[in-house]
Design a protein around this ligand. Structure first.
Ligand SMILES: Nc1ncnc2c1ncn2[C@@H]1O[C@H](COP(=O)(O)OP(=O)(O)OP(=O)(O)O)[C@@H](O)[C@H]1O
Length: 246
């Protein structure tokens, strides 16, 4: 991995948005044991790396436990991902499953992505619990939050999105999304500067989802006016209930 100039602008900008999200939503407290879902994608690698860097610099002590739920396709990259996490200073828990295969088999009548992510989420909670963690950090970024909003409007007929901090199971577990305020492009740029490895996603459904269609639509919209993205993001916390339908 490449060394980062200590006061790199792109690192400072990302760290500042991560700090803002952590403070605004009260994501991390002293003594937290935080499981980190690592998929091999650039977002979750950035999540692990940036929380690791932050940990060295802030007075709040917390521990990070990266977990990879391997969906079981041929050409998996569990070992290589474990070696990257080791470079970041953390041992990776790899859980080899057949979720991807089952989700794409004829026996599954659900959408493969839906089933796969439900099974994965369950495993992540189980492993996090086994590791004594009460928080699970996921690598969703600002673009994911916006896309989910549009996916929920268009395909679920509701106004909602994924929230930066969410308590589950009567508050016994908390999901946090420290990259929720960071643009995907900023993550890609910094990941490039740091020369993060690229892991090829062997899933046959990768890049063919409804999310990719919404992403393409939003990209067109963003190109037409540079204020649109910020406005959409702001709109999600600026809701005029009296101007919605009853
Ligand atoms: N196989 C997995 N094992 C562990 N965590 C995962 C896995 N897949 C996804 N996650 C977690 O869920 C988050 C969202 O998943 P999603 O599939 O949208 O991400 P991705 O595009 O595959 O990868 P990334 O967000 O890491 O770039 C990831 O950022 C990561 O924290």
């Amino acid at each position: 991995m490449a060394d980062l100039p200590k006061y790199s602008y792109s690192y400072k900008a990302l760290n500042s948005l991560v700090g803002k999200a952590i403070h605004r939503y009260g994501m991390i407290e002293a003594g937290d044991r935080i499981a980190v879902g690592v998929s091999g994608g650039q977002d979750s690698l950035m999540l692990l790396w940036s929380l690791g860097e932050r940990r060295k610099r802030v007075p709040v002590e917390y521990d990070l436990f990266p977990i990879y739920v391997d969906p079981g396709f041929d050409g998996g990259f569990g070992e290589a991902l474990a070696s990257t996490c080791r470079e970041f200073g953390f041992p990776l828990t790899v859980d080899r499953t057949d979720h991807g295969i089952v989700a794409h088999s004829a026996s599954n009548r659900e959408n493969p992505c839906f089933l796969c992510s439900r099974l994965r989420r369950k495993r992540l909670f189980e492993i996090a619990d086994r590791l004594g963690c009460t928080k699970l950090a996921l690598g969703h970024n600002k673009d994911d939050v916006i896309e989910t909003f549009f996916l929920n409007v268009c395909y679920a007929g509701e106004i909602s999105t994924m929230v930066p901090r969410q308590e589950l199971f009567d508050g016994r577990f908390t999901v946090i999304r420290p990259l929720a305020m960071v643009d995907e492009k900023a993550i890609r740029r910094l990941a490039g500067t740091l020369a993060f490895p690229l892991f090829n996603n062997p899933c046959p459904s990768a890049g063919t989802t409804k999310r990719s269609e919404i992403k393409a639509m939003l990209e067109r919209l963003y190109r037409s006016n540079r204020k649109i993205k910020g406005n959409i993001y702001r709109a999600m916390s600026h809701v005029k209930m009296e101007y919605l339908l009853k």
